[in-house]
Design a protein around this ligand. Structure first.
Ligand code: SF4
Ligand code: SF4
Length: 60
């Protein structure tokens, strides 16, 4: 799975954390962190992010 987070773009709004059904995202002082083992590649976070900061890999 290829995951990309452009941390410079991130607004730290927390929206992606809220829509993740498996709690794979965490907002830390360094920005968004992803637990790739939990992610089911649903794409919710990518669709929701207002600045296009997240690109989710895997099968969707
Ligand atoms: S793509 Fe992964 S990290 Fe993003 S909302 Fe879905 S399960 Fe969570
Ligand atoms: S939705 Fe986008 S801007 Fe908001 S915290 Fe997540 S990655 Fe950052």
């Amino acid at each position: 799975m290829t995951w990309e987070i452009e941390r410079k773009k991130c607004l730290r709004c927390g929206g992606c954390v809220a829509v993740c059904p498996v709690d794979a995202l965490v907002l830390t002082e360094n920005g968004i962190e992803i637990d790739e083992r939990r992610c089911i590649s649903c794409g919710n976070c990518e669709k929701l992010c207002p600045v296009g900061s997240i690109t989710v890999g895997g099968n969707r």
